[in-house]
Write a protein that binds this ligand. Sequence first.
Ligand SMILES: Nc1ncnc2c1ncn2[C@@H]1O[C@H](COP(=O)(O)OP(=O)(O)OP(=O)(O)O)[C@@H](O)[C@H]1O
Length: 258
Amino acid sequence: MEILESIRIFDVIDVILVATLLYYVYKLVKGTVAINIFIGIVVIYLIWQLTEWLQMEMLSIILGQFIGVGMFALIVVFQQEIRKFLLLIGSTNLASRTGFLKNFQFLKKEGGIDLDINAIIQACENMGETRTGALIVIRRTTSLDFVKSTGDAMKIEVNRPIIESVFYKNSTLHDGAMIIEDNFITATRVILPVTNERKIPLRFGLRHRAAVGITEKTDAVAIVVSEETGTISYVKDGDFELFQTPDDLRTILLDDLT
Ligand SMILES: Nc1ncnc2c1ncn2[C@@H]1O[C@H](COP(=O)(O)OP(=O)(O)OP(=O)(O)O)[C@@H](O)[C@H]1O
């Protein structure tokens, strides 16, 4: 009883925050080589503790030195993950990402978003039928300026024929990715960072890897139309999100972009 009385509200908040932090760290390193590195560090730490306990001085000094510079080593090794974590914290839609705001439907902007999702999906369906490869990146909150500069800047309102003609095989603009911000195509022929995630099946080439790369590094979402199979893929947070029909994709997109 006394223990219960001594627990303050801030202790509870503390535990919840640490649990949330651990969950996000796990989400970031899940499926990457970082998890193996993390296990390696824990093993070295445990061996160090053991050598201290057994008073094996030489080994314990060597491991102690190693652990001493550990913080810097961690920053170097986990540079990508720390970057992603800070991006996650810094992006203003953290609340909507966690689904928190979705519980308060009345807070949503009436009429949804400005983006013409139907135009994008119809264009992708048509491009899928004609086996036209496409890579469309839709900005959410993180700026995409760092990749836009690799392509051709423009400002054209989103509409189906324009999207299709950009990716049309003989078009000079068809290579690389298209960036969409608000309801405008703001860049084409953009070169995206390609992920080095090993778990992506071999059948996916550079186009799909570039979609995973940009959605890992930013909170943007990407739609890929495969030139080989005509399949449409939707990529968010560095993962392929499955859907059954174009209508399902429309619902998912609407949900992710509001
Ligand atoms: N880093 C990149 N950023 C943007 N676009 C890229 C990048 N790398 C490749 N692409 C695009 O992907 C095309 C090559 O696709 P590739 O065949 O390797 O991919 P894929 O994932 O197998 O897709 P598909 O199923 O369409 O063949 C290139 O012609 C180019 O337009």
